[in-house]
Design a protein around this ligand. Sequence first.
Ligand code: UT7
Length: 332
Amino acid sequence: MLHSKITGVGMYVPETVVTNADMSKFMDTSDEWIIERTGIKERRFFKEGTDTVSKMGARAAAQALERAGKTAEEVDFILFATLSPDYYFPGSGVLMQRELPFRNIGALDIRGQCSGFIYALSVADQFIKTGMYKTILVVGSEIQSNIFEMSDRGRNMAVIFGDGAGAVVLEATTEENKGILTTKLHSDGSQAEELFLEHPSSNLKKRLNHEMIDNGAMLPHMNGKLVFINALKYFPEVIREGLAEVNLKEEDIDLLVPHQANARITVALQKEMNIPDEKVVSNIHKYGNTTAGSIPIALCEAWEEGRVKENDLIVLAAFGSGFMWGSAIIRW
Ligand code: UT7
């Protein structure tokens, strides 16, 4: 039986560190408010001309490949998760394809927002299980600092999100009870407009106009409280669903790597599932919410810190815009 296994992890975050104090220069906010409500202390902002979503993805991918002992030529397929692609089209996966010496392999963008990495990982897992591909790069990369407005109008979202990229190399293995044991994916489109970016929109004859810019219609909208409540419901549910499928329990988890949405969500999840701090990865204080980048960045840092060990049960889980949510249960 073929399974897929993560054999390399990598990340890239832009150099520029933006603290909460820096944010308060542009908008009516404070270090206290941001830390208390989200746990975030600082985030990274991209540098124009140096960082693009596809180039950041390629840097994370190059590190993951090196750690997996693989060359770009050996990669069979690219899955690229982002909500902030370089272009409206073509996708950032294709743009990443030209950044490293890949063959003319397939490259597929995944639009799963905060759950994008889990969706991409799940798709990659299926390609490997069927035997179609042996080595796949799964990347999550975002530039979000320019989606929000650095103003009072944009403050409710601007302080939360950051820029960054993470990647994993997924390879086929025949080892029993190793690698990705299962993935679970869900969505509820009835809530799409509770966390979305509407404009520029293909629904309109005129996709973008001056009025939209003036009245802030091109800014994302988030019903923070509703997202929060739903996250608390679906995070534990989708983790339990995955564990149950492979006959495991919450106490079997060695390391939980949740999407870094808000430190309060992570703490509530831990409490609900009775998981101690040492079994949970939380790095939101350093990077904010990097959306599709957040799980691979958190996994990469945990791996670098020696927190991801052979045979450990690693659980990834995400919830976000769509609403979309998912989990991956992994035997390392
Ligand atoms: O990855 C998935 C994506 N998103 C999420 O997971 C977000 C989930 N939701 C959350 O994390 C929280 O709802 C937030 C952090 C977004 C907000 O926390 P909250 O406790 O739900 O606050 P709130 O939205 O109810 O706002 C409380 C107050 C409001 O003022 P009033 O109406 O009480 O006077 C806001 O206007 O805080 C105000 N506020 C701010 N104050 C200082 C909103 N943004 C800011 C800000 N700085 N940046």
